[in-house]
Design a protein around this ligand. Structure first.
Ligand code: FES
Ligand code: FES
Length: 888
């Protein structure tokens, strides 16, 4: 031990520290300065822990407290507060640089250190200064914009008030700052691991080192005797179903007699400290009988392969789609293209690890205590019900903390199952703060697809038929199961008019990580195959890529692959809007067709369906005594900006100041189930329900002749109204034999263009610029739409070029090849607005579509640059090089 004198946020302190204690732990654990975050298991890979020490931006997770004698330290809390923010914090808020906000404090500290030294940094200087900070949500574009804006504020060229949208001006169509952004910028927004509950036990989980094994026994006797250990629990201590069910109940909370994928939870240890819990978990002995690992659908379907689940063969679901007669149309086509495509297992990669806090509290109205669970579910009511069934305990409440991103992964219960089970079993508050490596093991992934496609076209260059036989690696558990097939088939024909379709999707249990929702969930993979095939066909016919897409665009009245006729289909307008950019890019690329680094231009369209038939949502609005309103909707906002959408929508419809709208989205106690914040459905469905509620309120006020809360009360009218939204068709979305049916209610459309360079000596492909034209109906908050597109394109580039999750090998951000500033590319987003019929003020969501056209645009760009098709993603340098070698 030694004592160290230092100054933190202007306050002198003397702290006593061990030799190896790092500053991050001092700040977060001892001083409660939780604005400083951690994502990367303190490996120096994320920058979320950045602080300023003696004027330099430093990763606090790598800095020993013992080395800080006399140091002057500033954390994000020392910069400004929501009431009195620093100009850099204001610049981040006003630039729309904050989505989930988990990376934001670290980004702001790096920006501050940079701007203190260089008040007018150029883009290269910003990228260099932020090289240790990573962000999954924004694609870095708005972060760079924010730092440039902050420079202007600090140099006195402009003030925040000159940039801030007029709060008294229009509420819709204007990029008003998100309600939560300032708290995230100032480090006061509480994420799960920031929440401290007195007297909690720390948890550690015993996880399987095998991907497939029978459990013969668990011996926890040694662990239970270790100092500070409260106990060890296994599946037999769980009183409910022990199943975390979505479509079917196949996924255990704790494994009973079998593990089916690497890292599954077998036992939970509770102890006084995380260190003691982890040490005891190491001491738990599990007797495994290792079984054959089925790590691909091919192995799982091979003759004699073991059946992974008793309830189903390994081929666990299939769904065909038949429209017209594709075989006859192909036989009669003037041209045909045939190709195979595959994608990898992808980790959604939110920065925040899978933390959960749970505690029991007395229930004044009941005999049993209330079990409160804090996590970052995107479907709090469904997760509450799932936990109740799994644990056999009713009196529960789910609170959603601020969420450090999720991108689909929080459709599943993860750490919440562990923490809730332990809180009940040990009758104690618990904190479960797993590492990033452990978080990766416990979470669902994007499914890998294998697709075999054929496309036919007539001699006029019109697509006549499309077939796609695809196999989905389900991994160990069914999760949303058939939803992946229904979504892929529901959007199979993408943006095009294809009269004849024949497809068959199959999903197969394997011992890989289980697949579930992942930004787009199926369509990004399906659209990758479709858009590359469209490009191949255009080239085969000698037609211009953009013109070919225009000629084959679906038009209103024509039918999608599901047979449902389109109502609105602005793809032709989007194509015309991108045309000047395309012409410019093609001309520029023409000058780079020789030499080792060659440039190409690739296109991808995307028409992304929102809300399957049978979808429904509710939301409530309540007139408050001060004549403002409170909105109650169980609609998570893990970074998309749903908080801004609800606020702006209510303020617009009720002609209220923005600060008179109070939103309540995160508590099962004061909201009603509204479905998941997934599939870009929140604006359309829950926003639609809120619109209905507000219309009821307005109607009641009109009937009462009331303009105020008191007037409404005096007229004997209720002040709270529950609004509903349903799709025009009830479930099911498609026929199980033909894949025909009502499918999706509405689409968001986009075209994206990739300008790509390929080094033909190294095989390295890099994106120079992505341009997107997007139509999400009325733009409620244009900045939020742009932010979704920019971040989505960054994620799509990862899918195309780098990212691949391999269980056991991918353990952190470095091994995952997380997109850093090193991979930053220029992005331009153009918004086209076709107000949607039957939508919330004409607006629909945008988040899921953002990456759907990106990977094919990049792969098409690689072909344009280098003349090779690399269609087993990711298109890494070795694959491109091998393709180039094959070409010669
Ligand atoms: Fe310090 Fe990630 S926690 S860099
Ligand atoms: Fe950067 Fe979410 S805003 S990680």
């Amino acid at each position: 031990m030694r004592s160290v004198n230092l100054t933190i946020n202007g306050r002198q302190r003397r702290v006593v520290t061990t030799a190896d204690k790092v500053l991050l732990d001092l700040l977060r654990d001892d001083l409660g300065l939780t604005g400083t975050k951690q994502s990367c298991d303190k490996k120096g890979q994320c920058g979320a822990c950045m602080v300023i020490i003696n004027g330099r931006a430093v990763r606090s997770c790598l800095t020993k407290v013992a080395s800080l004698e006399g140091a002057d330290i500033i954390t994000v809390e020392g910069l400004g507060t929501p009431e009195n923010p620093h100009l850099i914090q204001e610049a981040f808020v006003l630039s729309g640089a904050i989505q989930c906000g988990f990376c934001t404090p670290g980004m702001i500290m790096s920006a501050k250190a940079l701007l203190d030294k260089d008040p007018d940094p150029d883009e290269e200087a910003i990228k260099k200064a932020l090289r240790h900070n990573i962000c999954r949500c924004t694609g870095y574009t708005k972060i760079i914009d924010a730092i440039k804006l902050a420079g202007r504020f600090l140099r006195g060229e402009i003030t925040p008030d000159q940039v801030r949208p007029d709060p008294d001006g229009p509420k819709v169509g204007v990029s008003h700052p998100r309600p939560s952004a300032l708290a995230k910028a100032c480090g006061t927004a509480e994420f799960t691991a920031d929440i401290k509950v007195p007297g909690t036990l720390a948890l550690a989980v015993v996880r399987s080192p095998y991907a497939h094994a029978d459990i013969k026994g668990v011996d926890s006797s040694l662990a239970e005797k270790m100092p500070g250990v409260a106990g060890v629990m296994t599946a037999k201590d769980i009183k409910g179903t022990n199943r975390l069910k979505l479509a079917i109940a196949d996924r255990p909370l704790l494994c009973e007699d079998k593990v089916r994928s690497l890292g599954e939870a077998v036992a939970i240890v509770a102890a006084e400290t995380p260190e003691k819990a982890r040490a005891a978990a190491e001491a738990v002995k599990v007797d495994y009988q290792v079984l054959e690992v089925l790590d691909s659908p091919a192995k799982a379907l091979a003759e004699g392969a073991p059946q992974l689940h008793p309830h189903s063969p390994n081929l666990c679901y299939s769904q065909p789609q038949i429209k017209g007669d594709a075989e006859a149309a192909l036989a009669g086509s003037a041209a045909m293209v045939e190709h195979r495509f595959s994608t990898s297992i992808i980790h959604q990669s939110p920065l925040e690890p899978e933390a959960c806090v749970a505690w029991l509290e007395e229930d004044p109205e009941g005999d049993e205590p209330i079990l409160t669970v804090v996590g970052r579910s995107i479907n709090i009511h469904a997760h509450l019900a799932g936990l109740q069934a799994a644990l056999g305990y009713e009196n529960m409440r789910y609170l959603e903390a601020y969420s450090g991103g999720q991108f689909g992964l929080k459709l599943e219960i993860t750490s919440e199952g562990i923490a809730a089970a332990a809180a009940l079993h040990f009758q104690s508050g618990v904190r479960y703060i797993p590492s990033l490596a452990e978080s990766m093991l416990m979470t669902s992934k994007r499914h890998s697809f294998n697709m075999k496609v054929r496309m036919g076209a007539d001699d006029q260059g019109r697509i006549t038929a499309y077939t796609n036989d695809f196999m989905v690696d389900k991994g160990a558990y069914f999760s949303i199961g058939q939803g992946i097939l229904v979504r892929t088939l529901g959007m199979l024909s993408g943006s095009y008019n294809i009269p004849n379709i024949k497809a068959l999707g199959k999903i197969v249990y394997t011992n890989n990580p289980y697949g579930s929702a992942a930004r787009g969930a199926g369509p990004p993979q399906g659209n990758f195959a479709l858009e590359c095939t469209v490009e191949m066909m255009a080239r085969k016919l000698g037609q211009d890529s953009l013109d070919f897409r225009l000629k084959n665009s679906l038009l209103p009245g024509q039918t999608k692959s599901t047979g449902r006729a389109a109502e609105q289909w602005p793809i032709p307008e989007l194509i015309e809007k991108i045309r000047p950019h395309y012409d410019r890019a093609v001309a520029e690329a023409a000058a780079h067709k020789e030499g080792p680094v060659r440039r190409g231009v690739g296109l991808g369209c995307g028409s992304f369906g929102i809300s399957l038939a049978g979808d429904a949502a509710v939301a409530a609005v309540e007139l408050d005594p001060d004549n403002g309103v409170s909105v109650y909707a169980a609609a998570a906002d893990p970074g998309e900006g749903n908080d801004a959408m609800f606020t702006q929508l209510a303020a617009h419809m009720l002609d209220l100041p923005l600060d008179k709208v109070r939103i309540h989205l995160r508590d099962t106690d004061n909201t009603t189930a509204a479905g998941p914040a997934a599939g870009s459905r929140i604006t359309f469905m829950v926003g639609g329900a809120l619109q209905d509620a507000i219309n009821q309120l307005k109607e009641a006020m009109e009937e009462a002749g009331a303009r105020t809360y008191q007037g409404l009360v005096d007229a004997g009218k209720p002040v709270r109204y529950l609004g509903r939204k349903k799709t025009t068709f009830a479930a099911p979305p498609m026929d199980p034999e033909t894949g025909q049916g009502p499918g999706f209610e509405v689409e968001i459309h986009a075209i994206q263009m990739a300008e790509v360079e390929v080094d033909i000596e190294t095989g390295q492909a890099s994106v120079v610029k992505m341009t997107a034209v997007v139509d999400a109906g009325t733009a409620i908050n244009p900045q939020n739409i742009m932010g979704q597109l920019e971040g989505g394109m960054d994620m799509g580039a990862g899918l195309a070029l780098r990212e691949k999750y391999v269980a056991g090998e991918t353990t952190d951000w470095k091994t995952y090849k997380f997109p850093t500033m090193e991979y930053y590319f220029d992005k331009e987003v153009l918004i086209h607005e076709t107000p949607r019929i039957n939508a919330t003020q004409g607006a629909i969501g945008v988040g899921e579509m953002a990456l759907v056209p990106t990977a094919p645009a990049i792969i098409n760009g690689i072909y344009d640059a280098a003349g090779v098709w690399v269609t087993n993603l990711p298109a890494t340098p070795d694959k491109i090089k091998a393709a180039l070698a094959g070409q010669g």
